[in-house]
Design a binder for this molecule. Sequence first.
Ligand SMILES: [Zn+2]
Length: 337
Amino acid sequence: MILAAGSVSHPAATSEPRPSVATVQVSPPPDTHSAKPLSSIAQPPVAPTPKPQLPGVYRFDVGAFRITALSDGTLPLDLHPLLRGATAGQIEALLHAGFARNPIETSINAYVVDSGSRVVLIDTGAGELFGSLGGKLPESLAAAGYRPEQISDVLITHIHTDHSGGLARAGRRVFPNATVHVAQADVDFFLDRGNLGRGLEPRHLAEALATIEPYRRAGKLKAFTGETVVLPGITAIPTPGHTPGHSFYRVESANERIEFWGDILHVGAIQLPRPDVTITFDVDQPAAKAQRARQFAAAAGGRRLVAAAHLPFPGLGYLRREGDGYAWVSAEYRNRE
Ligand SMILES: [Zn+2]
């Protein structure tokens, strides 16, 4: 500790020359780090060794299923032009309360469900469609020890860039042995040029044709309608609103279960406390809002484990009622065999 000259009291101060700062430092400073001159703290000593982020992979079990969360990357979302139903001030206040800031760094999560006999991928990330953002799923999959040829089935929550974009690259199927499962309502909406005047954006049509169509041509597209057991232990649950065929996938084994949620919410800091706030990506805004209210209430009431595509990786947790809305409780982290 360095004493300031003015703070030194000395019994003989009135009769003796005032001691200089140097003479009052009678003992060495106990904390040599804090005694370093400020100039040496301000300058980083050397540049850190350049090392890129590691692939995002997290493994856990639900009953007899081994599940692996895979990060496709993150992207910054400027919420102000995207969210509807909240003022700019309300958005900023909720972000502040949630220790977040605009633009919000948004995860793109996908999941492998491995039953032993089948290796199932739920959503595929953005592939090459977001340019330099996203598209890390193949890297994460490899780090998790899976090859694309091993994927037996791909379950698509809905046909949007960041969920179905990773199905194909340059028109070729990335998962050559996989059957793609998706709701018929999304196939009907996103692959029909006739919907261009009815809410379908040209970009989404082009992307659907580039990613879903190669599987349809190969006879590898299987569409379902209504609540359907798509594979043993895996049920598709229609949750329309965000898109006409938006679906949850519920995985159940040995009295344990998890729900894969796709885009029932995008921004936890805003839509958990305010589930009425929608996003421009919602194809049917009122239906998306009502669906979110219904599913949030069911998840909180049933203490359901959910996997959310856009909450911070690995996106696993629970909803708890809090005030007029909800709070997120992350699932516990486990790292042992
Ligand atoms: Zn999404």
